[in-house]
Design a protein around this ligand. Sequence first.
Ligand SMILES: NC(=O)c1ccc[n+]([C@@H]2O[C@H](COP(=O)([O-])OP(=O)(O)OC[C@H]3O[C@@H](n4cnc5c(N)ncnc54)[C@H](O)[C@@H]3O)[C@@H](O)[C@H]2O)c1
Length: 487
Amino acid sequence: MLRGVAILSLSTVLGATSISRQDNSCQLDATDDFPGVHLLQRAGERAEKSSAAAAQVVSAFGSGSSAAKPVPALQELGLRGDKTVVVTGAAGYIGSHATLSLLEEGFSVVGIDDLSRGWMEHVHALQQVADTSKGNFQFIEADVGKEGVLKDVLEDARPAAVMHFAGVAYPAESTKNPLKYFENNTVNTLRVVEAMQATGVRNLVFSSSCATYGSPTEFPITEETEQVPVSPYGRSKLQAEQLLKDWVNAENDDASKPLARVALLRYFNVIGADPQARLGDRRPKNLDSQYMRLSTAMLDSAQGFIPAFQIFGSDYDTKDGTAVRDYIHVSDLVSAHLVILQKMLSASVRASAQDNLPNVLYYNLGTGQPLSVKQMVAACKQVTGSDFKVVRSKSRAGDPPKVWASVRKAREDMGWEAKFTNITETFEHMWKFRLKETNKRFSLMENFAETFFVDESGKEVEECLFQDESGLPSGSFGKAGVPGDTD
Ligand SMILES: NC(=O)c1ccc[n+]([C@@H]2O[C@H](COP(=O)([O-])OP(=O)(O)OC[C@H]3O[C@@H](n4cnc5c(N)ncnc54)[C@H](O)[C@@H]3O)[C@@H](O)[C@H]2O)c1
């Protein structure tokens, strides 16, 4: 059977479509000076009013010289000061949900992401939220580790805090490519702190991980459990934690400086999607599918995008032989960030009088409820109605058998605890988002198939072999958009 090839990747089609549909509402600017940086402007009037200023923010990054520093463009966009937060990794899974919550709580957000694993679809969704919320949103496509980028953003925005989500987050992948992990998680955290130090930004919320604990033998894992990571990923996060503690202590030794504070948040396994399905879990870009997160792989299996769900390890010393984890809903996770941020900000205000908040805050963020892979499969099958195939594979390096949290410290200190503790409900949120996105994609494919799919000689054909670069399922799609029906 003749198969076509997509001459535009779906990401290009989606990007082009959403931008042309919103011709009046957004614009993507790039500079020749600094091609890695794009600035996506906010919608409508505000973007029109500020387009000159916004363009100058981009050229500021390009110039790299303070002599060419333009007017504080972010300020003109309403993105400066105590109600502004800079979010790195804002187009990713957790960073986008955090940005959503910040906007809903009335904060303005400058989001930075190099899109190495993030999605413009999330950025567009966040723009829509910003349009109806009090806060403003500005997205900048850039690498946080690139010299001068973050410093220029912080100088312009003078935010109340930085939330640093950008990083790489797959333990099994880290065993194959450790340098990528140390560079992006450890070295780039150092770059973030250098930019904060240079610009006087004093509050940082950092995405750490339960992977810093490694494979403990006593449960639940408390914040005082010894941190002995078993993967380069865990070590890269632990080293970042250590450098942040040292930085804060050194800064606070100098009484002439305002207090610096960091929150080291050790996430357990993050799962779920915005209950309103505005954002959710997507297949990660540039990631070998063997490293995919459990929930992503399960939903891909349920939709038939991958032939079977693989259980890595089924002879562990656990109740059913499969690995046990603590799955925290992404909305709960980001709500903890908001509680901590508010505490940090009110403590900064009180700092001159009496301030009892420690300079280094550290919390486990989980549910405290262990669930096995088999229990997760059962919940996913129940919600999706799909009896997808499950196969057993060898355990992977860097995967401990059991991991679950004590969440007592977060509850006692912050009054925070997870609300979405019913895993079926959590899968329902993810499934709702998946179905919405899949329907959107298939209707786009129906609209574009005849125009965009050609065979190798350039002749139009009705079918395509999809080359996916957007984090969306790849495979063969027929004219009616049914996965796999050309095979
Ligand atoms: N998802 C989890 O279960 C989990 C658990 C523990 C810790 N974490 C941590 O939370 C953070 C966010 O994880 P996630 O699950 O949202 O991952 P993600 O891959 O969805 O998001 C990370 C985002 O950062 C961006 N990014 C990566 N390197 C960058 C760079 N140098 N400059 C700019 N942007 C960059 C990516 O494009 C992506 O959008 C990570 O630091 C991760 O280590 C996640």
